[in-house]
Design a protein around this ligand. Structure first.
Ligand code: SAM
Length: 279
């Protein structure tokens, strides 16, 4: 027989999910740096906001920073609130320093390699120590970030599906001409680094050798006076006659003639307020 006064069925509210208190939050997912690893850390091209969280952590946690210019990189580390032993690693001590760095890696130390700006190894010291570390079976990791070539190419408006990066051209005219002819024959976009003192020379060479190509000049990327100038070599020479080139330049050249000789080159001024300069 059924109970005349059944016990009320109490509907219990669901158990609240356990709340993590700060003490129980698991350790962050970032693994610690791996002993005996060479880290290639990309640093800002000019705007100090352009550095990844991982790059900052790597610089904080490594045993030693190898830098192209320890004074200049010291300013970046100071800005990041990092104090670290530093070692200079530049074009003329690469051979000796590479061996020292390999010695440290073999002892299980972690070394972060940085250049003055952007990605180490791209028209900057780095290749040699990486080659030797790889040959010695040591671990090398890239901590990617800014690179002037990528910043210029991606905003150039020229095809990015296939491109050739040639860095700095030689200084001698004959070598430059031969290189530009071979780059021009590739049929793909090509990207060059150039000093402000030779930009006009380069535009003049392009005007002679590849006059129908569209060219994008990326100037002072990520900095206060960043601008992109786009046009044929002749149009850009006209611009340069009125504005003697200053600052840092990446030159991006179309792979083939567009047939569009367009109007005057477009100047784009980036928004100044958020820009912070490194130097
Ligand atoms: N490792 C660097 C990178 O990842 O781009 C390149 C170093 S290379 C010695 C310096 C050249 O890169 C400059 O002469 C210029 O052609 C280019 N460059 C570097 N910073 C730049 C910037 N903020 N704007 C335009 N070009 C830049």
């Amino acid at each position: 027989m059924a109970d005349a006064n059944p016990a009320p069925i109490l509907s219990k509210p669901p158990e609240p999910a356990p709340v993590s208190t700060p003490a129980t939050i698991p350790a962050p997912a970032h693994p610690p740096l791996q002993p005996g690893t060479l880290y290639l850390v990309a640093t800002p091209l000019g705007n100090l906001e352009d550095i990844t969280l991982r790059a900052i952590r790597t610089l904080k946690e490594c045993n030693l920073v190898a830098a192209e210019d320890t004074r200049r990189s010291g300013l970046l580390l100071k800005h990041l609130g990092i104090s670290k032993p530093m070692l200079s690693y530049f074009q003329f001590n690469e051979a000796r320093r590479s061996q020292e760095i390999l010695g440290l890696l073999r002892q299980g130390r972690t070394v972060a390699l940085i250049s003055d700006a952007g990605s180490p190894g791209i028209s900057d010291p780095g290749y040699r120590v990486v080659r030797e570390a790889v040959a010695a079976g040591l671990r090398v990791e890239s901590v990617p970030g800014p690179c002037a070539m990528v910043a210029a190419l991606t905003a150039s408006g020229l095809p990015t599906d296939e491109f050739h990066f040639a860095g700095f051209l030689a200084h001698k005219s004959g070598q430059r001409t031969r290189k530009l002819q071979s780059l021009g024959a590739l049929g793909t976009t090509f990207v060059l680094y150039e000093s402000p003192y030779r930009v006009v020379k380069l535009l003049t060479e392009l005007n002679t050798l590849l006059p129908g190509r569209q060219v994008a000049l990326a100037r002072e990327l990520t900095k206060k006076f960043e601008e992109f100038l786009r046009g044929t070599p002749a149009q850009l020479l006209e611009w340069a006659a009125k504005h003697p080139p200053k600052g840092e330049f990446v030159v991006v050249v179309a792979g083939e003639e567009s047939g569009d000789h367009g109007s005057a080159p477009v100047e784009e001024q980036s928004d100044p307020p958020l820009r912070v300069r490194l130097s």
